[in-house]
Design a protein around this ligand. Sequence first.
Ligand code: AMP
Length: 106
Amino acid sequence: MNQEKSIFSKIIDREIPADIIHEDEKCIVIHDINPRARIHLLVIPKKPIPTLFDLGPEDKDIMAHMMLLLPQLATAQGLDGFRTQINTGESGGQEVFHIHIHLLGN
Ligand code: AMP
């Protein structure tokens, strides 16, 4: 199935602007456009996996990479604690169908 490019893929490809604070070969990190905490980051894989339901064993490295990045990002933002959230599926409150981890801290 030919799925339309997600807004996050468009950000990764620099087709639309965003405040990118980290980029490496596997992911980018941006500030959420509608922050729900003093610090609200989104950690987004470059691979456009729609939801956690679509993960395969080949995605282990990507997911582990993003998990390991979270405390580094939090520390860089001056946080000594934070919350994470991954909304999954429409009924799970997901709006953008390209996996992302919310990192929230005050
Ligand atoms: P979710 O409900 O987990 O799919 O969350 C999607 C998140 O993406 C929301 O918190 C939005 O505020 C955020 N968002 C949507 N478009 C943009 C954008 N262009 N730049 C930054 N954040 C965005």
